[in-house]
Design a protein around this ligand. Structure first.
Ligand code: AMP
Ligand code: ZN
Length: 430
């Protein structure tokens, strides 16, 4: 189902009523998991405010209870799992029943329909298929809406453009950084997407981006671009999305209970105040999550939207309350890099991670100090170490960094707390 007026324009009091019913069911269901069983032992939900008695769930909790600790249904009822990008130690894994998958497809279809996309559109998905949810999540939503769906997957700009032109792609799901990169490819080929494609709509998601960048993409392609927010722990894309007003993202409150907290104290903040988004699944069967700390910084907008939908909106994501980096849509924690680099005996004491924009895409450069004897040893040994480090980082993080091995004690040291990550993306290009 991709358009249900009754649900999307539900009154605040009816919505609260429905949320309360589903929260009660979710808590009951969650009690079947080994993780929540004890935590929820003494929790009674009589009003929505009672949710504040439930402790937060974190990414670390998911890792610590890998793989089945948060599973509330028998594993045989799950039909799919997704997992977030590489992590040191256990990854976060999320399970879905057939019904969970259907609901997710409905949500994504609802999002796309809201932007004016219809069955007659041709949809091209340039996001990664596989464990990452941007591929299959949008794919199922687009098919639910009945569009011709082209699962090109990421990269290969020439092929992207070929498909767009041959099949008259009108709607595209794309990383904002890749949209800019792809434009330069159009230019190189002497093409202008405004004239030489049928593109009308883009869904931009999976990484933080500014409104200015969105406007730039709209101008370059002659299209409307909509912000798409989601995270694999909830389902993936389909959590919050912009409507035609393009004035922040409706969060689907029939499926997710949203709170904003002070990331330091955990205190729940009133609508309008900026803090960390905390989400509770209200309908998921296989793996309910209660008060999940997304670490994404936003605020809840309760003023009515001109489109008439009553589900409140969340503001464009301002950043994160942890140190997670998003490199071309892939999530990486600096600790993953440290652990991988430091396992090589030739590596010295210090390293720096620099993230820059090159040709509009994120590039990660890692400067690593090596021991004297390695640095002054044979070139082939140095080169071999570099190759090994690159391969290990690729395997751990899912992205290939540029690695430079440098002399011992050549990297500047910060006084006080070590500063090793230098995110220089804002300072360039945009
Ligand atoms: P993943 O679990 O791999 O799907 O990554 C989810 C994370 O990507 C979120 O928690 C956000 O930090 C980030 N993200 C997803 N969509 C957006 C968006 N539209 N704007 C900013 N950040 C986003
Ligand atoms: Zn709206």
């Amino acid at each position: 189902m991709y358009w249900d007026k009754e649900i999307e324009t539900i009154s605040a009091s009816d919505l609260k009523q429905e949320q309360l019913q589903n929260l009660k069911k979710t808590v009951q269901n969650a009690k079947k998991s080994t993780y929540y069983k004890n935590i929820l032992d003494k929790i009674n939900i009589n009003t929505l405010d009672d949710i504040e008695n439930i402790p937060f769930t974190s990414k670390q909790d998911l890792r610590d209870h890998f793989p089945y600790g948060l599973l509330a249904k028998d594993l045989t009822e799950s039909v799919r799992l997704h997992s977030s990008s590489g992590t040191t130690g256990n990854p976060t894994v999320v399970f879905h029943t057939k019904e969970d998958i259907n609901q997710w497809a409905d949500l994504v279809a609802r999002c796309m329909y809201m932007t004016g996309v219809r069955k007659t559109d041709v949809f091209q998905n340039t996001m990664g298929y596989g464990l990452f949810t941007g591929g299959l999540g949008f794919h199922y939503g687009a098919e639910e809406l009945g569009m011709l769906t082209i699962p090109v997957g990421p990269g290969n700009s020439k092929r992207q453009i070929w498909f767009m032109q041959e099949f008259g792609t009108t709607a595209i799901h794309i990383l904002p950084s890749y949209a800019i990169h792809l434009y330069s490819y159009f230019e190189k080929m002497g093409l202008d997407p405004k004239k030489d494609t049928s593109l009308k709509t883009a869904f931009l998601g999976a990484e933080p981006h500014t409104d200015a960048l969105r406007k730039e993409i709209e101008k370059l392609y002659g299209i409307k671009a909509f912000n798409s927010y989601g995270l694999s722990e909830m389902c993936g894309p389909g959590v919050a999305f912009e409507c035609l007003e393009q004035d922040d993202m409706h969060i689907w409150e029939d499926h997710f209970y949203a709170e904003i907290i002070d990331p330091e104290t955990g205190e729940v903040l009133p609508d309008g105040e900026e803090g960390e988004l905390v989400l509770t699944t209200l309908k998921r069967a296989a793996m309910p999550l209660l008060r999940y700390r997304t670490r994404d910084l936003s605020s809840i907008i309760s003023e009515p939207c001109k489109c008439g939908r009553t589900h409140r909106r969340i503001a464009r994501i301002k950043g994160r309350s942890d140190d997670m980096l998003i490199i071309n849509g892939v999530n990486i924690f600096p600790m993953q890099i440290e652990k991988t680099v430091m396992q090589f005996p030739g590596v010295g004491n210090n390293y720096h991670i620099e993230i820059k924009k090159e040709d509009h895409m994120d590039r990660i450069n890692i400067l690593i100090e090596v021991h004297e004897e390695i640095f002054n040893g044979t070139l082939s040994k140095l080169d071999q170490l570099k190759k090994q480090i690159i391969e290990a980082l690729k395997a751990e993080c899912g992205v290939r960094p540029i690695v430079k091995l440098v002399e011992p004690e050549s990297l500047p040291i910060n006084e006080g707390k070590a500063k090793r990550v230098f995110d220089l993306r804002d300072k360039e290009e945009n």
